[in-house]
Design a protein around this ligand. Structure first.
Ligand SMILES: [Zn+2]
Length: 527
């Protein structure tokens, strides 16, 4: 007789519970758009049935007598953490976010540590313990196989039925609000992980040599003076929080009176996270064509400059160069042995230490110093800024952003912009000490940040759905009077639409390196 075994019933019950418990944010987002009063309840019920069938189908496919408890435990853990981050910060765990999680170091991860996370982790341990102790009777192989087959045949039929009965609602809803389906937990993070593993296993990057995308680049021999360029790669700085761009609070008190400083008002990032934006910023590939393999397989603009004899040094007070500085001198400033400005954490301004010596040691050479700053890295904004540089109060003093008011979060965040502004002014003051050099200062943030708008915090939202404040970034440039590129030319670019993709060739332009790869590009310095 055809019947479901206890094991199959448990899969169904667990799938339903997981659909209900781990998808609070999904349901909340749907109800915001489609309230119960306009028929939202029927839609939510069909959606939860659909998620239950997807869960059950997945679990039926990959679990057996021996793996069932391990699979349930992993599913539960992923469900708990992904639904927590969705609820708390509006975060979607897609493949880019998984890449971020993998490239996060212990210091960054500890920035997220809070009482909530500890409680959630205790809950997770208890859940896994219960799963390990529950007795699941297994019937003979034939009965289990028949029951499993029934699930694999019936579940797709139920899915098709649910979608068919609500086809109009599903089609219109997910066409208009594509991003909401990514809140389906834990299926989205599981699917994304499988996707990422598949990509990695099928790409044979170890056998490929690193490609030089600009093999015929040539530095101009007519370049008589030596360049000295400081490029600060900022962290999490939004364009609209710069008073230089019209923000009502004075967040740029240190640079606003500097002559020749230009703040770009329409500058867009390549990604919404450090792991994507930083390598993409230095690559020659456009955002849409850029793949994460590029950072391993292709040289970047720093390699080109280095090969042309420019002294390029990367100083990092953030997580790492994300592969950009693999072939050039790299110094880690999150280390009190070399960073003289460490208190509760090592400060970005410490990266300026000893730069005079670098210039003195390379008297007849072009120099590019890249400083990778910690900037406005959240969620604990208040920790990024020493007290004496704070201007705006009351500020959110914790990483538990939901316990703070909108104003407190804003103040804490804006203080990080002020402190970054201080670093920028120090870097410009440093460049002014070398009038014999052709100096240039650049500051470009890697991505922006959500500060609770529409229930979304932090960054890393899928690019195509991400709000503008995660993609429109702070970007500055400065040069002394009489620079090779006249400032009035640069000024024309202030409001032009520019992006991270414009940096690589603009750097070659600064160092007067010609390359066919830059034959058709938009400079950030002139039209
Ligand atoms: Zn970042």
């Amino acid at each position: 007789m055809l019947r479901l075994t206890t094991q199959s019933k448990i899969i169904l019950i667990y799938s339903f519970l997981a659909a209900v418990i781990f998808n609070y944010t999904l349901v909340e987002k749907v109800l915001e758009i489609y309230p119960i009063s306009s028929g939202g309840l029927t839609f939510i019920i069909s959606l939860l049935i659909l998620v239950t069938t997807i869960n059950a189908l997945f679990l039926s496919l990959i679990s057996n007598k021996f793996t069932l408890k391990v699979v349930f435990s992993a599913f539960t853990l992923i469900g708990i953490y992904s639904s927590y981050f969705a609820y708390k910060f509006g975060i979607i765990i897609d493949d880019v976010m998984i890449l971020n999680i993998i490239s996060t170091d212990a210091a960054e991860a500890s920035g997220l540590l809070s009482l909530d996370i500890i409680l959630i982790s205790i809950f997770a341990v208890i859940a896994v313990f219960i799963i390990s102790k529950v007795k699941i009777p297994f019937e003979n192989l034939k009965k289990e196989a028949i029951a499993r087959l029934m699930l694999l045949v019936c579940l797709p039929l139920v899915m098709v039925g649910v979608i068919f009965l609500n086809s109009a609602a599903f089609a219109s809803f997910f066409r208009e609000h594509k991003e909401i389906r990514y809140y389906t937990n834990p299926i989205t993070p599981i699917y994304s992980t499988i996707n990422l593993l598949h990509e990695n296993l099928t790409s044979d990057k170890r056998e490929l040599e690193i490609i030089d995308p600009a093999p015929y680049a040539k530095i101009s021999y007519e370049d008589s003076d030596y360049e000295l360029v400081i490029l600060i790669v900022g962290e999490t700085a939004r364009s609209d929080r710069m008073s230089l761009n019209g923000y009502e609070k004075n967040t740029n008190p240190y640079t606003s009176n500097i002559k020749n400083i230009i703040s770009y008002t329409n500058f867009w990032s390549c990604g919404t996270s450090t792991a994507i934006s930083v390598p993409c910023l230095f690559s020659y590939t456009n955002r849409k064509d850029w793949k994460k393999d590029d950072m391993y397989l292709r040289e970047n603009v720093l390699d080109t400059l280095h090969k042309q004899g420019v002294y390029v040094e990367w100083r990092d007070n953030n997580s790492s160069s994300k592969g950009v500085a693999d072939r050039i001198p790299y110094l880690n400033y999150r280390n009190a042995d070399i960073n003289p400005n460490c208190d509760i954490e090592c400060r970005d301004i410490g990266m300026l230490d000893g730069l005079e010596t670098v210039v003195k040691n390379h008297p007849n050479q072009d120099i590019l110093i890249v400083l990778h700053a910690m900037g406005s890295h959240g969620p604990h904004y208040a920790a990024r800024v020493p007290d004496k540089y704070k201007k705006f109060f009351p500020e959110c003093k914790t990483n538990d952003l939901q316990s703070c008011s909108v104003e407190e979060i804003s103040n804490a965040y804006d203080n990080t912009i002020v402190y970054q502004d201080y670093l920028n002014s120090l870097a410009i003051d440093f460049l002014k000490k070398f009038p014999e050099r052709d100096a240039r200062f650049l500051y470009i943030s890697d991505h922006g940040e959500s500060l609770g708008e529409d229930g979304i915090y932090l960054h890393g939202y899928p690019y195509r759905f991400a709000p503008e404040n995660q993609k429109k970034v702070a970007a500055l440039t400065w040069a002394p009077q009489g620079s090779d590129i006249h400032q009035y030319e640069v000024m024309k670019m202030k409001h032009e639409e520019l992006s991270h993709n414009n940096l690589a060739c603009s750097l070659l332009e600064l160092f007067e390196v010609d390359s066919a790869i830059c034959s058709d590009f938009q400079s950030i310095f002139r039209n």
